[in-house]
Write a protein that binds this ligand. Sequence first.
Ligand code: TYD
Length: 142
Amino acid sequence: MSEHAEVKMLEFPQRGDERGHLVIVEGMKDIPFDIKRVFYIYGSDSEVIRGQHANKRTEFVLINISGQSKVRIKDGRGGEEVFLLDRPHTGIYLPRLIWKDMYDFSTDSILLCLASEHYDPEEYIRDYGAFTEYVREERDVE
Ligand code: TYD
């Protein structure tokens, strides 16, 4: 786990040819963690807001392998940014302690999520006030 990792867009190697496209995502190589969990979200629409949580330990990479969606990220210290995920060979890296809202899903959206940890509901912070408090406490310890 990198301590002061930043949210960033990633571009993955493509090895497509006349037979079609092929995109490669290797843990500890194309993304900065080993992949312990994969899940994907589809069947959401433009009315839905997903996520709405931060994680104490888990880092993620989100890739819209089909269609598109947006992700709004907040660092709990006033920083906020919106990213459009609309290409199967790019993804967004989200370090731990980032609040994320995924929304504006196209009907053909398939959002692939790669995670650095197994699922543990205890490490999800689902209350925004609790998140900002957690971030503040962690900064005070540093
Ligand atoms: P949730 O965290 O609400 O999804 P999202 O981040 O897309 O908004 O998860 C929905 C349900 O799925 C919830 O009951 C928890 C469960 N879940 C797992 O059991 N394992 C997982 O890896 C994930 C991501 C969710």
